[in-house]
Every structure is written in C-alpha cells, then in structure tokens.
Design a binder for this molecule. Structure first.
Ligand SMILES: O=C(O)[C@H](O)[C@@H](O)[C@@H](O)[C@H](O)CO
Ligand SMILES: [Mg+2]
Length: 382
C-alpha cells in the first residue's frame, strides 16, 4: 500500500481535519490542529507530506522518526501538531487495513469504560452552578472549569477571594456529590499560585491544571510540596522529551498531553508509559474535535494509568459546531453516566461525514483566542 494524497480541511468551530488517501482505497483521518494556528500547521503538514507521499502508511514508526528527526529542527507546538495529526491518520489506516481498533493493535483493552469530565463556565468562569445543575441532572458529576479570571502577577485579595468564592459556592451547593478540576490556564504567577492553592485546599478540587505557565514547569515540585491537591499539566508540552524533565523533577500527579499536539498516538502511548513509571496518572487534554477524541480513547483503553478524558461537547469554544456534528457514528461517542464506551470499529473508530466536512470547509473562518489586557493596559495571560 502507498500514500497517494494528503488534504487538510478547516472546519468550524476551530478544528482542522487531515485525510490521507492510499492506492488501496483505504483512507485515514487525523486532526493536526493547534488552536488559533491551523493554517501554520497546515503548511507544516504539507512540508512533512514530502516524507510520506509514495510511502507505505504501515511503516508508522519509521515515518514518525523521519518526520520528527529528518528536518534537523524538532519539537514545539507547530511541528508536533502536524506530526500528531499525520500519526493519527496513519494509525487509522493501519487499523482499517487489519480490521481492528488501534487499542487492539497496541495490546488490547485494560478497562471496560473510561471516565470523562465536562467543561462548565467559560473563559471567564460564570454560570458554573447552573451549568453543573443541568449536567448533574443528566448523570454527569465530573467537571472542569477555569479556576480564575485573568490574574495580575501580584493579584489583589479581591481577585483571590473571587476565585475562592466560586469554588466555595460549588461545595456549598453540591457538597462532595460533584468532582471538579480547576484550570488555572497558565494565568497565575508562581507567587499567586501558592496563595490560591493554599486558599483552595479546604475545598479539595479533583486537580488544579496548569497552576503556572509551562515555562515555569520547574515550580511544579515546589507547589506540590505545599498542597495535597493533585497538580496537572501537559497540554503545552509536545513530546516525550518535554515530559521527561517534568516527570524527573516531580510535582505533577496527572499529565495531560494533547494527542493533537504531543506526537499523536505513537508518542502519547510512550508518554503514558513513562508517566506510569513515576506513578503519575494520564489524562489526555482534548478540547478539540471528534478525531482527536477518537485517538485519545484508543490510548485510554490500552493504558492502565489513563484516568480522566476531556472532551469538548458543549464547550464554550464550540460555536457554530459541536463535537459530534461531523460524525456518522455519534452513538459511539455518547457519554453514559459520565463514561465513554470502548471503541469497537477498526482504526480510530470514528466515521467522518465527508460531505459535511467538505461543505463546512468552504465557509470556515479562522479562529483566534481573545487578547486580554490587565487594568493597567499590559497584556494578560488568557
Ligand atoms: O484544558 C483545556 O481544555 C485547555 O486549557 C483549553 O481551554 C485551551 O487549551 C484552549 O483550547 C486553547 O485554545
Ligand atoms: Mg487546560
């Protein structure tokens, strides 16, 4: 079998799908996207395609190493997002060719279902209680919300109190009938993370995500030493080599690589194994589309330390389209009592509505995250 064509499709809300075609008539789908930089990633996919057109798609390991090492420069969000989506599509082809889900090819299932969690509130967390009440009525009791609004390097006690009050209200309203992660989203400086984490300790959130920016990853161990709250990060780390230093330094209880940014199925399967050696849980980041989620689920069902799966159903970014709009086999991705079922179809297990992708790709607008400013006019971390 040989790869004959690779084509990217930009679709609402902010995703990009890659279709890889072969001379055997088998196609594979991937999601090589970096939110807000889709066109840059598309160019990287096009450049990497020079290593793939005419090659055997089944040679995933060699194609991965060639794409990673062949261009001298390696790693980082753009190149690794391009590589990730290509890797996903190659595994989709391999599974379809062999008639098995990717999880089966990677050694088979270690669980019967996978715990998921649902976003509530938006970029500036609001209506969290109402959102949780609505979803709790549907049997969903695991959530994630942004833990704070923008936060100055030395924040006011009012800003700290606002963040803590939101969490206190969750516990006052629901007690411990709900679990929730707090995403600091890299908005908080190290000094303020110490203060916020200390103030949040009594409310026992399930985890605190990106307590500081990835550039401050050396602070995770110090922050962990002051709290019992599990710390999580990883959506802005892009390979085994990024995770290696973080795992060695310690501090993270949960790592959250994104299968569309951190090297795809091939790389994240290895990252999960590295984390297991350090007794660290694996919880793939996935605020993206259905192909990215399908890739995550393949890894979730064959990695013992996979614990929590993010998804974007009803997420605040999903304007003009929601998670399953481009999918034929929607039922395979429905969350039941908070859990995903095991994938059963060959490959990634997602059947893409190509007509809809083609139609919507004609009208898609580029997505950009907002630029936030502090009250003094300086740029704020979003
Ligand atoms: O945890 C999450 O989902 C993420 O922090 C998410 O909010 C961001 O990654 C966003 O997708 C960036 O454009
Ligand atoms: Mg996050």
């Amino acid at each position: 079998m040989k790869i004959t064509r690779m084509q990217c499709y930009h679709v609402a809300p902010r995703w990009m799908f890659l279709k890889i075609e072969t001379d055997a008539g088998i196609t594979g789908w991937g999601e090589p996207v970096l939110e807000g930089r889709a066109h840059t990633v598309e160019t990287a996919v096009h450049e990497l395609s020079e290593y793939l057109i005419g090659k055997d798609p089944g040679q995933i390991n060699d194609l991965w190493q060639t794409m990673y090492r062949g261009g001298f420069y390696r790693g980082g969000p753009i190149l690794m997002s391009a590589l990730s989506g290509i890797d996903q599509a190659l595994w989709d082809i391999k599974g379809k060719w062999l008639g098995a889900p990717v999880a089966t090819l990677l050694g088979g299932q270690v669980r019967e279902r996978m715990r998921s969690y649902r976003w509530v509130g938006g970029d500036r967390p609001s209506e969290v209680i109402a959102g949780m009440q609505t979803l709790l009525a549907q049997g969903i009791d695991y959530f994630k919300l942004n833990g704070c609004d923008q936060m100055a390097m030395i924040a006011s006690s009012r800003a700290i109190d606002d963040a803590v009050a939101r969490v206190a209200e969750i516990r006052e309203t629901f007690g411990h009938t709900v679990e929730f992660g707090l995403d600091f989203h890299g908005r908080v400086s190290m000094p303020m993370a110490k203060v916020l984490i200390h103030e949040l300790e009594p409310y026992r959130p399930l985890f605190i995500e990106e307590p500081v920016l990835p550039e401050q990853a050396n602070a995770y161990a110090r922050l962990a030493a002051q709290t019992h709250i599990p710390l999580a990060a990883g959506e802005r780390l892009f390979s085994r080599f990024d995770f290696k230093s973080v795992l060695e330094a310690g501090g993270l209880a949960i790592i959250q690589p994104d299968l569309s940014h951190a090297g795809g199925i091939s790389e994240c399967f290895k990252i999960a194994a590295m984390a297991e050696a350090y007794d660290v849980a694996f919880a793939p980041h996935c605020p993206l589309g259905p192909i990215a989620l399908a890739a995550c689920l393949q890894i979730d069902f064959c990695c013992w330390n996979a614990t929590l799966q993010e998804h974007s159903m009803g997420m605040h970014y999903n304007q003009q389209a929601d998670l399953l709009d481009y999918v034929h086999n929607k039922a395979d991705f429905m969350v039941e009592q908070g859990f995903f079922k095991a994938p059963h179809l060959p490959g990634l297990g997602v059947q893409i509505d190509e007509d809809m992708v083609l139609a919507r790709s004609q009208q898609s607008q580029p997505w950009r995250n907002p630029l936030w400013r502090h009250e003094d006019g300086s740029l704020a971390e979003w």
